[in-house]
Design a protein around this ligand. Sequence first.
Ligand code: XMP
Length: 521
Amino acid sequence: MATKAPNPLDSQFYKSADDFFPAYSNIGLTYDDVTLATLYSEILPRDTQLHTTLADALQLNIPIISSDMDTVTESRMAIAMALNGGLGLIHYNMPERQQLSEVSRVKNNVHGLIQDPIKVTPDQHIGEILDQIEKRRFAFSTFPVVDGEGKLAGLLSSHVVKPRYAKRKIAEALTPRAQVHTITKKELGSDPIARADKFFNEHPGIHKLLVVDDKDRLHGLFTLSDIERINAERNAQFKPARDSHFRLLCGAAVSATRNAFGELDRERILAHVTGLVERGVDAVAVSTAHGHSKGVGETVRMLHQEFPKLPIIAGNVTSAAGIEFLADCGANVIKVGQGPGSICTTRIVAGVGIPQLTALYITSRAAKKKHVTILADGGITKSGDIVKALTLAEAVICGGIFAGCPEAPGEILELGGKLYKQYRGMGSLAAMKSGSAARYGHAAADPARKLAPEGVEALKEVSPSVDRVLAQLIGGIQSGMGYLGAPDLSTVRTRARFIRVTPAAQKEATPHDVVEWKTGS
Ligand code: XMP
C-alpha cells in the first residue's frame, strides 16, 4: 500500500502512541481525552478486515467480546456474538453444572450437523416436552425419538407438539421410523454440508435429515435452516467465529474459588475446567477485579499446566508488572481495566484504578514484550471508543452496550412508559450474593461479613438485537479504519496518531447548538 511520508508539521502535533503517552506520564487519560488524526488513505471502510488473533488457538473475525457478567452473557448472547464473528464469555454466577450446559448450548448451536440433538423417548408424554421447551427456552419443537439403546424410533414433529395433545404418549404421535429421512455416517463423505444441501434440494418440503450409524443409532441431525444459514455465511463479510469442527466459539469465566480454609480450591477449579474442556470451550477467563494477585496467579499457573493448549484469559490488571506476572503464570490474553466500567464504583469505593487509555498504553507495551495480547475491558460507550481502544489492544470487552439487547439474560421492565433491562456490576451487592464475591476478593460463604460493593445495580434501556448493535459498532470501526488508512487491525495499531483534547473540544465533538431530532441509529 502506498503511504505518503509524514508531514513534519503534522508530526509536531499528531503523535504516535510511543511519543504521545510517555509525554503524559503524569496524568491518566481515557477515551474522551484524546482524538485520532486522519491520515492519507487508499482504504474504503467496507474493504477493511477486522479479524484478530488473541492466542494461537483463539481467533475472532471481529474484535468484540461480550462481558462475563450475569446480566450480559449466557448462551443466547454467546451464540449471537459468535455468529457475528466475536465471542461471548459465559459468566460464572450460576451453578457449575448450569454453566457447563450453557457452554454446550453454544457449541451445539448452528453447525452443519447437530451432533448431540435433544432427544425424546416413546414413553414420555407430549406435555413433558412442552414443559421442557418452555423451561429450557428451546427455539424448536421437532425432536428425534430414540429407544433405551439410542436407536432411532421415529421423529416427533412440531405439528403434534401442541397443548391439545399434552396427555398423549410420544409413541402414539410420532412419525414412524420407516417414514423418517436418514443418512448413514458413512454416506456423509468428506463434505457433509454439501451432502445435506443436496438432500434438501432433492426432497422439497423436508426440513430435517437424521444421521444414524450402521446399527441405526442416532448420531446427529441436519436442519434445512442451518444449512441455508451456512450457505449465506459463505458470502458474509464477517463470518461467524467457529472452531475446527465448525462449531461456534464460546468462552467461559472461572472463579479463583477458595475452600473453607481460605486456600485455593484446586480440585474444584480443575474439575470445573475439565468439564468445560469436555464440552468444547475455546477459552477460559479467570475473571477477577485484581489479577495481579497470588490467588489469580496460582489459578492461571495450574490451568496452564493442566491444559497447555487451552487459551487462558486472565485479569484484570492496569500495570506492566501485572501483565508480566500473568504472562509468566501462563496467561495468553490479559484483560485490562480497573474501574472504567459503566457500572463500576471501584475507583470511588477503593480509591484505585487507572483511566483506561493510559492503562491500555502501559499494558500494551508490556504485553508486546511478553508475546501476549490484551483486551480493553470496560468503559466503551460508542464505536469511536472501540477504534481508540484498538490502537492499543487486540479486542474489546463490552458489558453495558449489550445489556439492553434481547439476547442478554433478564426480564424487560416497564418504567414511566419506557422499557428497560437490568444491568448490574458483578461487584454489586446483589451479584456478589449470587456468587461473584470471590471476584472481588470477598468470602462468598460468609454472610455475616459485610461485603463492600464495587458496582451498582442499574437499568439499561432496551436496545435492538445484538446483530443490529454490532452492525452499528462495526460500521463505526470500519469508518475509523478508513480515516486512518488502515486495511486491518494491526495497521490501526501502527498508524494511529493521537492528540489530547480539551473539555471545549469534547463538547465540539458531540452534536451541539441543534435540537437533536433523529440519532440516525
Ligand atoms: P461496561 O462499561 O462495558 O463495563 O459496562 C463492563 C466491565 O466492567 C467490569 N465490571 C465491574 N467493575 N465493579 C467494577 O469495578 C463491578 O461491579 C463490575 N462489574 C463488571 C468488567 O470488567 C466488565 O467487563
